[in-house]
Design a protein around this ligand. Structure first.
Ligand code: UDP
Ligand code: MG
Length: 347
């Protein structure tokens, strides 16, 4: 009887959406999401998990307004801004679905694509990631740097991370369970999901313009994220200094021999110029500082990791039933991860 009920009850799909200062688009996002998921009303059940990443505007208030009316909505409200990747992490931690879709809240990832993801999932794929065919409304600078970065990362990294794919994807529950065990502080989630393995496939989609508001990824955040990607998936930059050192040493030995030979043969008596010495000193100084900087990038991340702080702090939860499956039973969410052992659950 119990089994039969299980078979009959439609599968649950969780949709995880990080939100940071998006008050201008929450209503439209909710409308588009509803019309996209209402396409199969009987086939699946849905839960919409919004992670409010410390928004300073009225995002939480608007989300709460919808959540009071719609029991499918759950809100994980962070105590402060922890960043996009950690917001996604929390959403996946709290999701109870058989499949979990992660998408941006700014409607750049069209909700209508979710049904294509689900089709591939039904075919047996465990990870279905979105591949951007064209990107509307992005600056040439962003397109060019993104494309360069993805290609550089794939040449540096041994893990095969798909090109031109972001975090818009569907993951099966079994992938989510594994993802929850990866508690890296500096997270590059798309890379971690590739590293996990499983049956993965890409689905193409056209990335739209941001519906309203501005990008929350400043140049500084983007650069930091890019370095997170490289440092998490490649050790090669660490070896750069040894190669450069070897190169410079070989070159200077050859040059030294040449100077001695000149002296012995009496070919050149002139004292070599001041400028060439200064150029050599400054060049080497620059190379050394760069190499120390690379060490610093790794060292800082090791320091961040070793402190073992929780990845994020949950302030409040709204819309979860009092015993949500996802965070009462999950080992990674025992007190170490969520600071309140027994959170207050608001409905
Ligand atoms: N976001 C977040 N925390 C942050 C920055 C961004 O939760 O610190 C959310 C943001 O609200 C959006 C998604 O992450 O839903 C993607 O951000 P954005 O569109 O600004 O990035 P872009 O598409 O420009 O790379
Ligand atoms: Mg965006």
């Amino acid at each position: 009887m119990y089994l039969k009920e299980q078979e009959m009850s439609p599968k649950l799909i969780s949709i995880v959406i990080p939100i940071y200062n998006e008050e201008k688009l929450i209503a439209e996002l909710y409308r588009r999401l509803c019309s996209a998921i209402d396409m199969f009303p009987d086939k699946y059940r849905y839960e919409l998990i919004f992670v409010n990443d410390g928004s300073k505007d009225r995002s939480l208030q608007f989300l709460r307004d919808f959540q009071r009316e719609d029991e499918r909505i759950r809100i994980v409200d962070f105590a402060r801004n922890f960043g996009h990747q950690k917001a996604i992490t929390a959403g996946v931690d709290f999701a109870a679905g058989d499949a979990i879709v992660v998408m941006d809240g700014d409607l750049q990832d069209p909700p209508e694509t979710i049904s294509n993801f689900i089709k591939k999932w039904e075919e047996g794929y465990h990870v279905v990631y979105g591949v951007r065919t064209k990107r509307e409304g992005e600056t040439h600078f962003k397109l060019w740097t993104a494309s360069l970065f993805y290609r550089m990362l794939s040449s540096l990294s041994e893990v095969e991370i798909p090109l031109d794919a972001g975090d818009f994807r569907l993951i099966d529950r079994r992938v989510a369970l594994q993802l929850r065990n990866v508690r890296e502080e500096n997270r590059y989630i798309r890379g971690i999901v590739s590293w996990l393995g499983f049956k993965q496939i890409g689905v193409q989609y056209a990335r739209d313009q941001r519906y309203a508001g501005e990008t929350k990824y400043t140049l500084r955040k983007m650069l930091r994220f890019a370095i997170d990607g490289v440092t998490s998936f490649s050790e090669k930059p660490l070896f750069l200094s040894s190669y450069l050192g070897l190169l410079v040493a070989t070159f200077s030995i050859a040059w030294g021999i040449w100077i001695i030979v000149q002296r012995i043969l009496g070919i050149s008596e002139t004292i070599l110029g001041w400028s060439s010495i200064i150029v050599a000193v400054l060049f080497l100084g620059g190379v050394q500082l760069c190499c120390i900087g690379i060490l610093g990038q790794y060292l800082g991340r090791i320091y961040g990791q070793i402190k073992q702080r929780p990845l994020y702090i949950v302030g409040d939860l709204y819309g979860f039933s009092s015993q949500p499956e996802s965070h009462s039973s999950h080992p990674s969410l025992q007190p170490r991860e969520v600071y309140q052992a027994d959170h207050t659950v608001y409905s």
